[in-house]
Design a binder for this molecule. Structure first.
Ligand SMILES: [Fe+2]
Ligand SMILES: [Fe+2]
Length: 164
């Protein structure tokens, strides 16, 4: 079980590392100001989430290297492909939210599993740190949902209409 915990921890470490690079790019590509801010703020948060994982490895006396998260690689790749497309900027915003929410759901699943493992292993403090990150991921996901429903999707409809 402990080996599984470390394996899962490495997976998220790799995922967060990739996201510290991808999120600022997504922020730059966003046209909607609120969306850009959401990406920027979550990029900052992601840095500190990555830091928490680094600290966990230190405390557990384990090395974080040796695992690349191919799932996150794929999700980031999908987001990158969007940035290369010549889409209406508002439609691109809507697409960026879809890509970002896939990422957040992956993280929510990962941190949820990891927290459950930590609890099972009696690592209370680790579990509560993981919960802290899990809450941030959930909040980000909700924020993106609200943005899509309140303005971004509507702007995309108008934006796409203009192009026709
Ligand atoms: Fe994260
Ligand atoms: Fe996240």
């Amino acid at each position: 079980m402990h080996a599984l915990f470390i394996h899962e921890l490495k997976d998220l470490y790799s995922a967060e590392k990739q996201l510290t690079k991808a999120l600022p790019k997504m922020a730059k590509a966003a046209s909607n100001e609120e969306l850009r801010r959401a990406f920027e703020e979550h990029a900052q948060e992601t840095e500190s989430q990555f830091g928490r994982l680094e600290e966990m490895f230190e405390n557990l006396d384990a090395a974080p290297r040796g695992a690349k998260c191919p799932a996150m690689e794929g999700l980031v790749e999908e987001a990158k492909e969007l940035l290369e497309e010549e889409a209406d900027p508002h439609v691109l915003d809507a697409a960026l939210i879809c890509a970002a929410q896939r990422v957040e759901h992956y993280e929510i699943a990962g941190y949820g599993c990891l927290r459950a493992l930590a609890e099972q292993l009696g690592m209370r403090e680790v579990a509560s740190t993981l919960q802290e990150t899990l809450d941030e991921e959930k909040k980000t996901n909700e924020r993106l949902t609200k943005l899509a429903l309140s303005e971004v999707n509507e702007e995309a409809m108008v934006g796409a209409g203009k192009r026709e």
